[in-house]
Design a protein around this ligand. Structure first.
Ligand SMILES: Cc1cc2nc3c(=O)[nH]c(=O)nc-3n(C[C@H](O)[C@H](O)[C@H](O)COP(=O)(O)O)c2cc1C
Length: 318
């Protein structure tokens, strides 16, 4: 089979024979993964190969009880990783700058490209693969179990093994809906109907909406996953204005918050009335205020409102 045919006929495999990869194939697959392109030669990724059966079973459970995670010959977790880069710079006396947002972006890209190369290489050798986004149901437990240091987050899992099933190809959106030329085209109601029609076989009930709802609508899996993923990003140092030390300290105090905004909300819900930020030398200071004396003034203009507030304040002082 030529390379393109194998790509055009690929599909995810979820049942595997209890057989290991053939000798030498693991090395070839990993070599292909490491050949993936990488921005600025940084290689902001790692690949965790999970061989401990106990750990595999635990990860299969975390992923929502997906048996193929425990059963396939191999289970990998591609990791977005800026930790090694920081160590490399420090090793030669350089400090890594702070670029948490682009760090996350490029590390996710590098890890995904390496994972995709790994997957395509495995499929080219006749193995079956399936990505396991279910790991993102409980990403912090995954990070803890794999002992990921700050700067490292799991992208997804990836099972590889000898196929024991031959499922049909799953549908895809029509080319015209996903390929744009020069400028992004919008979507007419007819386009959207065409999308649902093309994707209908993706659902056993013949309606793609059931799948989309389960994952992406209110109350779906993605909304469930989002807070935990936010906490993971904060813990691992990828949230620009919310350092891991602060995230951990608040969580220890029973106020888990994945961002500065959510931290303010959490603190203000505990009875503190106000939070005041100010500069102090090169840094910042914050007051949490419990007993704030406040007077309210209302007016059509800021001056009018201020005048009324001051009037009342002065009267109550006197
Ligand atoms: C990021 C990502 C996460 C996925 N997570 C899971 C998963 O947790 N379990 C699973 O059985 N399949 C998973 N899949 C496989 C998709 O369900 C599959 O690719 C999709 O339904 C299209 O089917 P096909 O790959 O057979 O064409 C995942 C795929 C991707 C790209």
């Amino acid at each position: 089979m030529d390379r393109l045919t194998h790509l055009l006929e690929r599909r995810s495999i979820r049942r595997f024979k209890p057989e290991p990869l053939r000798e030498g194939d693991l090395e070839r697959i990993l070599a292909a993964a490491r050949r993936a392109p990488t921005d600025a030669s940084g290689q902001l990724y790692s690949i965790m190969r999970v061989t401990d059966p106990e750990l595999r079973r635990a990860l299969a459970q975390l992923a929502g009880g997906q048996a193929h995670v425990a059963q396939a010959a191999e289970f990998f977790v591609p990791l977005a990783d800026v930790h090694r880069l920081k160590r490399l710079l420090a090793h030669r006396g350089q400090e890594m700058a702070r670029w948490p947002r682009t760090g996350l972006h490029f590390a996710l890209v590098d890890a995904t490209l390496a994972g995709a190369h790994l997957a395509v290489a495995a499929e080219a050798l006749g193995y079956g693969i399936c990505w396991i986004g279910g790991l993102l149901n409980r990403p912090r437990e995954v990070a803890r179990m794999l002992e990921l240091p700050p700067g490292v987050v799991p992208v997804s899992g990836l099972v590889v093994g000898v196929p024991a099933e031959d499922p049909p190809l799953r549908p895809r959106l029509p080319e015209a809906l996903v390929v744009h030329e020069n400028r992004y085209h919008g979507y007419t109601p007819a386009d959207l109907d065409a999308a649902y029609a093309a994707m209908a076989p993706a659902s056993r009930r013949g309606d793609w909406l059931f799948v989309l709802e389960r994952y992406f609508a209110a109350g779906g899996a993605m909304e469930d996953r989002d807070p935990a993923y936010g906490h993971l990003l904060a813990w691992q140092g990828f949230v620009a204005d919310w350092p891991p030390t602060a995230a951990r300290a608040l969580e220890d105090a029973g106020l888990p918050a994945p961002s500065l905004g959510e931290a303010l909300e959490a603190v203000l819900k505990t009875g503190w009335r106000g939070v005041l930020f100010g500069r102090e030398g090169a840094g910042w200071r914050v007051w949490l205020e419990r007993e704030t004396a406040a007077e309210r003034g209302e007016g059509r203009t800021p001056g009018e409102a201020l005048g009324r507030a001051a009037e009342t304040a002065l009267a109550s002082d006197g």
